[in-house]
Ligand binder design. Structure first.
Ligand code: TXA
Ligand code: MG
Length: 310
């Protein structure tokens, strides 16, 4: 048996026992549990120290499974066909007959769902007969993990099992779109908002206007590395770690490249890993070079802006 197969078997054993485990996805690692089980879901909240009013995303293998729990419409189908499986989450209406644990949704009749594309998470979801509730596998408000080691640094031995899927390809969380009523984007992420807008022309660009903050997760205090972050920095001060996206002539031990060629996808992939590394190295302050606000740069800027808030 392949090692990944035996690890998936192990993962299923834990999940069937209502334990929570970490799973790899293409965006970030998730802290996963049976979304139909109050017991499993409570464990996620407890381990993550997540406020109970902040709902979780349910992860599905395919449309057939999702239809048992959620109402879908034309906009959903259009986006699903184009982007799934992939880094997009949808807020949908729950069906009355849905078996989703009420704890996930904080008793509301809507739920965020997504279809991760990472091959291991797909293999796992295919083999179980329930969706997986999975917030990012970090302690509440801290940075999302993009590798097995990151997850271990968050939870240590408190977490029984981490399914190792290498480092997350995208490195930032999924884009979240609310499809109840007029569609609008709740969180920028792995899929560029412009591509979504193109597809749904009636989409309101509320993320650019002031959107009403409905859940703590989209509040400013999030994605925090725990030390001050200074944005659009043209240079760094002596004691600051300096995050850069293009190569400088000078060599400096405080320079941390997330890309050397202004490649924004590469920068997104390396951002969280680099923030963690800087903190581990004992720096007390971070400066970040200006990041172009195009394509996934939009989501990078969203995250570093939040990281810069006290
Ligand atoms: O890429 C991702 O989405 C990752 C991977 C693991 O799938 N998951 C993730 O989950 O980022 P989490 O829980 O860390 O962030 C989900 C965000 C939170 O800000 C939460 O408040 C919001 O989605 N959310 C969840 N359910 C919602 C709902 N029904 N309505 C509005 N916002 C919701
Ligand atoms: Mg999170």
């Amino acid at each position: 048996m392949k090692k990944s197969d035996s690890n998936i078997k192990k993962a299923i054993k834990y999940l069937n026992n209502n334990e929570c485990i970490a799973i790899p996805t293409e965006t970030v690692y998730g802290l996963a549990g049976n979304a139909y089980s109050d017991k499993a879901v409570s464990r996620i909240y407890k381990l993550k120290k997540r406020p109970s009013n902040n709902p979780l995303i349910a992860h599905y293998y395919s449309l057939n499974e999702l239809k048992k729990d959620c109402e879908i419409d034309k906009n959903f189908i259009r986006l699903y066909k184009k982007f799934c499986p992939g880094p997009i989450s949808f807020v949908l209406k729950l069906k009355k007959t849905s078996k989703i644990s009420k704890i996930i949704t904080n008793n509301s009749n809507s739920i965020a769902v997504r279809f991760p594309s990472h091959p291991l998470s797909r293999q796992l979801l295919k083999k179980i007969n329930y969706p997986l509730a999975a917030p990012s596998a970090n302690i509440s408000t801290s940075i999302s993990p993009v590798s097995k080691q990151d997850v271990f640094d968050e939870f240590g031995s408190k977490l029984k099992f981490i399914l190792d899927g290498g480092s997350s390809k995208i490195g930032l969380e999924s884009t979240i779109i609310n499809l109840i009523g007029k569609p609008y984007i709740l969180r920028l992420g792995g899929i560029n908002s412009r591509l979504i807008y193109k597809l749904i022309n009636q989409l309101e660009n509320k993320s650019k206007k002031k959107i009403k903050i409905k859940v703590p997760g989209i509040s400013k205090l999030h994605y925090s590395p725990g030390i001050p972050v200074r944005l659009n920095a043209k240079k760094n001060f002596q004691n600051e770690a300096y995050i850069l996206i293009k190569k400088r002539k000078k060599i400096n031990k405080n320079y941390f490249y997330i890309s050397k060629t202004s490649n924004l996808n590469e920068a997104a992939k390396n951002l969280y890993r680099t923030l963690r590394k800087i903190k581990k190295n004992g720096y007390k302050k971070i400066a970040i070079e200006k990041i172009p606000n195009i394509n996934i740069g939009e989501a990078i800027n969203d995250r570093i802006l939040r990281a810069s808030k006290k």
